[in-house]
Design a protein around this ligand. Structure first.
Ligand SMILES: *Cc1c(COP(=O)(O)O)cnc(C)c1O
Length: 353
């Protein structure tokens, strides 16, 4: 793939709703690593073949770029005056970058005080107009929907169907990298667009004869923000995993349909389980993801313990975003480095502690 890689629209064009007239706005997203995680598997699912799809390796550090390349390209094609979104952080970072590349103004609503530092830095740095709303994600999204109906702004949240079209390429890429479809695909679920998109991607690859089996889709929510598991809207979602702190997912139906049709599951994990997995994957595999991403690994561990994953099966786990986006959480759970006098002996003493 490497030599001529020019982003997901370039590579998966025939599966996407674009024509020769679509102006392609790309930062060469996609083609992310799929890493065989043997050391981590020994801890969380011994006997399974565990692979990690490292979506933090996308240009703005999350899978949102796959959908944003398409959503922004289509916005440009359709003559939008600006793009707009509500965001827990990564959508705004991605919209800001792709909007900049397209030369379109970007308007972003984020929940006040609830957004990881790196994501806010990205949105501001790329020149988006960022408004912090005294409320949660769900409230911000409702306002965005209203404004986009009234004005000529293109809404680029995952209720924009082009977002999911772009994001489905991750499933196709997994199949291209493995050479077959996994037995299980596990991913964190917030607004539930991504699990919906992956399932669409797997189904389309199956229909096109590119794969001969379909994976079971396993969606993982955080316990304090688990509307799909609990079967009800959560008014005040709470979790350390801010990217999945969503109480009323836009793609509710799509997620449950993916789980039902694939004979998968929707499960939840505690913040403590999320943070354990977050630290473990960094230490055992050298992969730094954000807390929400680690929900998928915590889910693997829980499902394995419950006997829901057969040994010998291939488990692909999506790590949705890069750990550098949220350094505060990482620093908060690790011991600070020791500080010593500048002598050989003091340094040696510190190393042996
Ligand atoms: C957006 C996001 C999610 C949740 O994806 P949905 O499509 O909203 O379910 C999970 N992790 C990260 C890092 C994200 O940015």
């Amino acid at each position: 793939m490497m030599a001529s890689w020019n982003g997901v629209i370039g590579y998966y064009r025939k599966f996407l709703p674009v024509t020769e007239r679509t102006p392609v706005v790309t930062l060469q997203e996609g083609n992310t690593p799929l890493i065989h995680a043997k050391r981590l598997a020994a801890h969380i699912c011994p006997g399974c073949e565990l692979y990690i799809k490292v979506e933090g390796s996308n240009p703005t550090g999350s899978f949102k770029d796959r959908g944003m390349t398409l959503a922004v390209s289509k916005s440009l094609e359709n003559g939008a005056k600006a793009i707009m979104c509500a965001s827990t952080g990564n959508t705004s970072a991605s919209a800001a970058a792709y909007g900049a590349k397209a030369g379109l103004p970007v308007y972003v609503l984020v929940p006040a005080g609830n957004i990881a530092l790196g994501k806010l830095a990205q949105a501001i740095m790329h020149g988006a107009i960022v408004v912090q709303v005294e409320g949660n994600f769900d409230q911000a999204l409702n306002i965005v929907k209203e404004l986009c109906q009234e004005y000529d702004y293109e809404l680029v949240n995952s209720i924009n169907p082009f977002r999911l079209e772009g994001q489905k390429t991750a499933a196709m890429e997994v199949c291209d990298q493995l050479g077959f479809a996994p037995t299980y695909h596990v991913l964190p679920v917030g607004n539930a667009g991504n699990i919906t998109a992956y399932w669409k991607g797997y189904q389309e690859y199956f229909s096109a004869g590119q794969i001969s089996t379909l994976p079971k889709m396993m969606g993982i929510q955080a316990e304090g923000a688990a509307p799909l598991v609990k079967g009800m809207v959560i008014e005040h979602p709470q979790t350390i995993a801010s990217a999945i702190r969503i109480g009323n997912p836009a793609s509710w139906h799509g997620a449950l349909e993916a789980v039902r049709a694939s004979d998968g599951v929707i499960e939840m994990v505690t913040d403590e389980e999320i943070l354990d997995a977050y630290r473990l994957v960094a230490r055992e595999e050298g992969i730094f993801c954000e807390p929400a991403s680690a929900a998928s690994l915590a889910g693997v561990r829980k499902l394995y313990s419950a006997g829901c994953l057969t040994t010998g099966g291939t488990v692909v786990c999506t790590l949705t975003g890069h750990g550098l986006k949220d350094p505060d959480t990482a620093i908060g759970i690790c011991a600070p480095p020791l500080r010593v006098n500048a002598t050989r002996d003091d340094v040696m003493a510190a190393l042996e502690r």
